[in-house]
Design a protein around this ligand. Sequence first.
Ligand code: ARG
Length: 283
Amino acid sequence: MSRFPRRATPRRYLMCSPAHFKVTYSINPWMDPSKPVDVPLAVAQWEDLRDRYRSLGHTVEELTPRPGLPDMVFAANGATVIGGRVLGARFAYPERGPEAVAHLEWFREHGFTDLLEPTHVNEGEGDFAVTSSYVLAGRGFRASPLSHGEAQEFFGCPVIGLDLVDPRYYHLDTALAVLSDAGDAGDAGDAGDDVMYYPPAFSPGSQAVLRRLFPDALIAEEPDAVALGLNAVSDGLHVLLPQGAVGLFAPLRERGYEPVPMDLSELLKGGGSVKCCTQELRG
Ligand code: ARG
């Protein structure tokens, strides 16, 4: 039984192969440089995700991976695109700094003309989540609080700051996923923006903001959050998420979504999963 009719809308994504993926430094609690990474397996898992998007009718663009940038597979961090306007990234840690340049070059080569190189640290969609009404913006571990004003001015869209408090959920997209924006609602229903999130990742005040904005949100439990289940990508109907987040499957189905479990076990070693690998090119 679903509360609202759900409908997939075609998306355009930017992804980057983990051909040079490694864990050589540790900038989040998931990364342990002493654990080996199986690159061919990482590539196979990533190709599976890319091909799944394509089989669902979405467009996937590929950014060429660069040696020496082992986290480049986490393409969500390289920029934020809304209505064809590109807000570049500025990374918190120098190890990832050059990724921002690689992304901007890609956008310039692909006909995007409205680009901003930011003054303040923001790691793209790692900390910016886009709904039809707002940009939700994480802070606390990576993005500078000043990046929120910069994004609001550039996009002309209200930016809602949310404080992250648990280092395991160092980016907003590890603690919250947008399931549908108003445009995804079927004709018969006005479902509006729908999100799922893990409350303990947020400060008490930010939890209250989320309850106010999304009173009907899907609330995740700890085992699914730890499985990085909130690091999910929805096209309005299909929700691609880490396969370990089994507790989310039934609640997603009850809300009319189709969970699509993905195995990205190798990329979990870098602290990322489905959403981290996927930057959405909007408009
Ligand atoms: N190792 C990367 C980092 O810590 C993982 C980034 C994950 N990306 C994301 N969108 N959460 O920066």
